[in-house]
Design a protein around this ligand. Structure first.
Ligand code: ADP
Ligand code: ZN
Length: 731
């Protein structure tokens, strides 16, 4: 029988690090390649949609590399969230920003200099300030800087939607630290912005990773916004069907306040968020949302950048957004955890008019043209009958064949009907009223209205008066919009929207062209189904309550404790031992220790209550995998050892005593790491020590030391004993 080759066991794989630090079982598409490349000290440019898992791409390498990774992040709230959730995984991360007191800042700086921190988050303006640069130099000389990770890297480009001049200065980092690799990350980048990032940051032959922007878990739908009352009623229905949490975007502050108020009147817990509120108020409402103290946030576009809430289940656009880029970002804030979420846009021509008015106010002609073009594209999106995902992705230059199965147009294709006769009626009515009226008035005539205007103008005498009674106002509107959309009729843009005939209109009236239109149908909102059975759902709710209590005790968002997907798995698998618990995706070492017992107890109680099978085995204090995993400081020693440094040199480099390094190495050997004992202790000495251990046992060092007549040091004995112990596992 062959004994397994030890080196096969020794190396921890990236997957194992992923599980132990973050609790995840496998990498998402692209992550592993990115991390491997980062470990080779190369520059990287990473473009992934929101929720794609960008953070992990610099967080995991930061833990495995020597020195400190500096993360440039534009927003304070974003920094705090990320640092909180890293700390909740037991990872040494911190941030420096203006919210901290001087003493707290000093304390953190000391920790950084002492090498206790692996990830430091800072805003660009602070990083490049005159005070900070010398500190950076100090870090580099004492600990070394392993990487600069530039988050939201599109901010460096004027061509993006979020340009920040201070990002331009990041070039300086490259000049001062040409050898420190850079990783730029963003969720939005057109080709132009991409190129700009590379030039502006002076990335050196970067490995570029562009992930697909297709978010298969997001359901996209456009609804006609008929009148205020209906739209509100529909919104209410959506909220009641889907449940929390959700965001409603409106175009004005007034609208935000109004909708939030009306929702509360209807017993929905909702709060407003817009630039007209004080910083404090906004921050309170945001925190309440993130901590699940409020279900719905009604907001202007001011809300969102930096919101890292993974379990947002719907995003409703109450008003038409100004462009597709913004729309995709806003809706992209839902379903970050990969679970189903709904993105619903209410669309009306009135909204189009208000935006056109705003565009008209712009002084710069170029700006005006761009804005008009962007508006046209979002309107095309809203009116389209093809796959919504396809249209959105094509905006980002991605070819997607469509038929996603998860948008209104794919799920409920609108029936196409031949409306040539109706079109002829409509157009000839426009002709007979001498192309001087708008859509609503023409419909009035067609439907035989007895309004004063119609009677005064004697339009009840027209041959087209009342010939369209068989169709509803909505149906006529749908036809008129399609005629405009298909270029079969025009409309003035002077603010009066007078309908005009064109060449194509005459062809329709002369029966030379057929008119086919997509028929609008009202759709029921569907409940987003999680895959839980009824009893699983019940346990899930109980686990959620426990999570909320723990989160409140620690003042963190519930999803920092565990994400919904993790709780769902617990509800399904009902783990009752720490080993079983560790097998749940989303449970890493740290969380296992911190929360394992509480959740398992809850699950056991639940099983007891509902007479489900119970394991009698008591909960062990630690699962085996915990024992086996090296600590951060041990990993640091391991990295230096792998570089070929001797024990003395490692101790010197790390500024700690030799005996501590020996301690690390001994534990690393016991934890099955790739350490070659022959490099540390001469084989002849090993043999003698092993012989001694086999005589007097391995429990205490002193008897071994004395048995060998004090000929070898405690350090040698410790290392060999570790080797001997790890060897026992194989026989
Ligand atoms: P981004 O920064 O790209 O918007 P995040 O880094 O915040 O995305 O990741 C989105 C979500 O996906 C987070 O909740 C994160 O914990 C989770 N996630 C990231 N990588 C993995 C993985 N390999 N397995 C499971 N979940 C992951
Ligand atoms: Zn589709």
């Amino acid at each position: 029988m062959s004994v397994p080759n030890k080196s096969e066991f020794n190396q921890l794989s990236l997957e194992q690090y992923l599980k132990n630090y973050f609790g995840y079982d496998s990498f998402r598409l692209g992550q592993k390649e990115i991390i491997e490349t980062a470990l080779q000290q190369k520059d990287l440019l990473i473009i992934m949609p929101t929720g794609g898992g960008k953070s992990l791409c610099f967080q995991l390498p930061a833990l495995l590399k020597l020195g400190l990774t500096i993360v440039v992040s534009p927003l304070i709230s974003l920094m705090q969230d990320q640092v909180e959730s890293l700390q909740d995984n037991g990872i040494a991360a911190t941030f420096l920003n203006s919210t901290l007191s001087l003493t707290e800042t000093r304390r953190r700086e000391t920790n950084i200099i002492q090498g206790k921190i692996k990830l430091l988050y800072v805003a660009p303006e602070r990083l490049l300030s005159e005070k900070f640069l010398p500190f950076l130099e100090l870090i580099n000389s004492q600990q070394s800087i392993s990487t600069f990770a530039i988050d939201e890297a599109h901010c460096v480009s004027e061509w993006g939607h979020d340009f920040r001049p201070e990002y331009r200065q990041l070039q300086l980092l490259r000049e001062i630290y040409p050898d420190v690799p850079m990783m730029a990350l963003t969720a939005t980048a057109t080709k132009r912005v991409r190129e700009d990032i590379i030039t502006q940051l002076n990335l050196h032959k970067p490995y570029i990773h562009i992930a697909s922007f297709f978010r298969s878990n997001l359901y996209y739908e456009v609804r006609q916004k008929t009148n205020t009352k209906n739209t509100f009623a529909e919104t209410l229905q959506i909220i009641r069907t889907i449940g929390s949490s959700g965001i409603i975007y409106c175009n004005s502050r007034k609208r935000v306040d109004e909708i939030a108020y009306k929702l509360r009147q209807n017993h929905v817990s909702a709060l407003p968020y817009h630039a007209g509120m004080s910083d404090e108020e906004r921050s309170i409402n945001q925190t309440k949302f993130i901590r699940d103290d409020v279900d719905v946030i009604v907001a202007t576009v001011a809300f969102g950048m930096g919101i890292d809430k993974p379990d947002v289940r719907f995003v409703i656009h109450y008003d038409l957004p100004k462009n597709i880029e913004g729309y995709y970002q806003e809706t992209g804030r839902s379903g970050r955890d990969g679970e189903p979420a709904q993105c619903i846009l209410f669309f009306s021509y009135g909204d189009k008019k208000s935006i056109e008015y705003l565009i008209g106010q712009k002084v710069d002609e170029q700006e005006q043209r761009i804005a008009e073009q962007q508006l046209r594209r979002i309107i095309n999106y809203a009116e389209a009958s093809e796959c919504r995902h396809r249209i959105l992705l094509s905006y980002f230059g991605e070819d997607f064949l469509g038929n996603c199965g998860n948008c209104d147009n794919c799920k409920y294709p609108k029936p196409i009907e031949d409306w040539t006769i109706e079109a002829m009626k409509f157009l000839s009515c426009v002709a007979r009223t001498k192309e001087r009226f708008g859509m609503i008035y023409i419909i009035d005539i067609l439907r035989g209205s007895k309004s004063q205007k119609v009677l005064n103008k004697r339009h009840d005498q027209l041959s087209t008066y009342g010939i369209g009674k068989d169709r509803t106002v909505e149906e006529w509107k749908n036809l008129a919009k399609s005629l405009l959309h298909q270029g079969l009729m025009d409309e003035t843009t002077d603010g009066y929207s007078v309908l005009k005939l064109n060449q194509n209109s005459w062809e329709v009236m002369g029966r030379k062209a057929k008119v086919e239109i997509a028929i609008e149908k009202k759709r029921q909102i569907e409940k987003t189904t999680t895959s839980l059975a009824v009893d699983e759902q019940r346990l899930f709710e109980e686990l959620r309550t426990l999570r909320k209590r723990i989160a409140d005790e620690q003042s963190v968002p519930p999803t920092v404790v565990f994400q919904d997907t993790t709780l769902q798995q617990m509800a399904k698998k009902r783990p009752q031992t720490l080993d079983e618990f560790m097998n749940i995706s989303g449970v890493g070492n740290w969380k296992l220790n911190k929360y394992g017992k509480k959740f398992i107890e809850k699950i056991k109680n639940y099983c007891l209550e509902y007479s489900l099978p119970i394991k009698s085995e008591p909960i062990r204090e630690l699962a085996k995998v915990v024992d086996n995993f090296p600590s951060l400081t041990q990993i640091k020693t391991l990295e230096l050892y792998k570089k070929g440094l001797s024990i003395d040199a490692i101790a010197n480099e790390r500024g700690v005593k030799i005996s501590r390094i020996v301690g690390h190495l001994a534990e690393l050997i016991e934890k099955e790491q790739a350490i070659d004992i022959d490099r540390l202790v001469k084989p002849k000495i090993q043999k003698e020590i092993i012989a001694a251990i086999e005589k007097v046992g391995d429990e205490k060092l002193k008897p071994i030391y004395e048995y060998l007549q004090e000929r070898y040091t405690y350090d040698d004995i410790k290392l060999v004993r570790a080797f001997w112990r790890s060897d026992q596992l194989y026989f």
